[in-house]
Design a protein around this ligand. Structure first.
Ligand SMILES: NC(=O)CC[C@H](N)C(=O)O
Length: 332
């Protein structure tokens, strides 16, 4: 492809380790995330200019554990605005890895375009020996610039993998190969800047999603309560008192709930709080059970608690009916 016909890709930088700086080259855990600018990230990988006409835009520069609903709304609007223009062929988002999967799934459900949106991050700061950020950024631009990436919804690409925003998540606290699902959700691989796709997510996203954010100023509050032995109902009651419109319960096994906690959730539900039953295991799914259906709880299918929270937040912008929320958990 001649230089003039290169795809036009915008890199939106949110922060994270990919923009992180440590005190020395062997420092891989004690460093400051979200320091380097988007220009510095691009300058470090001049090879991206062979793949695309690249521009950069700084959305924020934060560690991703500090991400907010407001930033999600801002980012989703920016991505939609860019992709609606004929002079933008795809977007790459650099982001901290802690909540990368959450931002990815939020965008998966709120971006209204078939054009590629690729989220990248890094497990080692830019200053580290063997920093993974530059190759991840290179692969991210290559993926976003490819025809093959269209129509998959938001993609997550680290360490040469291509994953769906719906299924992929952070599965290790420090390892380079931190992202992946234990059993499903990887769609393909990046090899020497070329995407190889083998799978496609079956669930609705982007242009087929019913969720719009253009008129939204905030998202409903949804809290996650983590289940355990000798549990109580105190945190459930606290969530209700704090004004939560929804509670995601991260249960034991296939959505197990401690009896006292269940009472708290049932009372919350009677007061109009939507309850979604998920699993703390992070693998497999939660099946609808008669006892939960009687309580009007919604089963999360195979969404992790943190992703179920996002779908519930978006769902609650449309409806407070359990049957409707249940329908959404079966199709997104
Ligand atoms: N590897 C990372 O990006 C983690 C850094 C930081 N905790 C963040 O999520 O931004």
């Amino acid at each position: 492809m001649s230089k003039e016909n290169l795809p036009r890709i915008t890199i939106l930088a949110v922060g994270g380790t990919i923009a992180g700086k440590g005190a020395n080259a062997t420092q891989t855990t004690q460093y400051q995330a979200g320091v380097l600018s988007v220009e510095a990230l691009i300058t470090a990988v001049p090879q991206v200019h062979d793949l695309a006409e690249v521009s950069g835009y700084q959305i924020a520069n934060i560690p991703s554990f500090a991400i907010t609903d407001q930033l999600w709304l801002l980012l989703a609007r920016k991505v939609n605005e860019l992709l609606a223009q004929s002079n933008c062929d795809g977007v790459v988002i650099t982001h901290g890895t802690d909540t990368l999967e959450e931002t990815a799934y939020f965008l998966h459900l709120t971006v209204k375009s078939d054009k590629p949106v690729v989220m990248v991050g890094a497990m080692r700061p830019a200053t580290a020996l063997g920093a993974d950020g530059p190759l991840n950024l290179f692969n991210g631009v290559a993926l976003a610039a490819s025809e093959a990436a269209r129509g998959h919804g938001v993609l997550i690409s680290l360490n040469g993998r291509i994953g769906s925003a719906r299924e992929t998540g952070k599965r290790h606290t420090v390892a380079i190969d931190a992202f992946g699902p234990p059993e499903a959700g990887l769609l393909g691989d990046m090899v020497d800047g070329t995407p190889h796709f083998y799978y496609k997510s079956m669930r609705k996203h982007t242009v087929k999603s019913e969720f719009g954010i253009s008129d939204l100023r905030q998202l409903p509050r949804v809290d996650i309560v983590f289940g355990h032995s000798q549990d109580t109902r105190d945190l459930v009651d606290a969530a209700v008192a704090a004004g939560a419109e929804g509670i995601v319960h991260a249960g034991t096994g296939n959505g197990g709930i401690f009896p006292l906690t269940r009472q708290g959730l049932q009372d919350a539900n009677k007061r109009g709080v939507m309850v979604v039953s998920t699993s703390r295991i992070g693998n497999g799914f939660v099946t609808p059970k008669p006892v939960d259906l009687e309580s009007h709880f919604v089963a999360s299918d195979n969404l992790t608690p943190q992703k179920a929270r996002i779908l519930l937040q978006l769902g609650l912008t449309q409806t407070h009916q359990a049957t409707e929320i249940r329908r959404m958990f079966q199709i997104y």
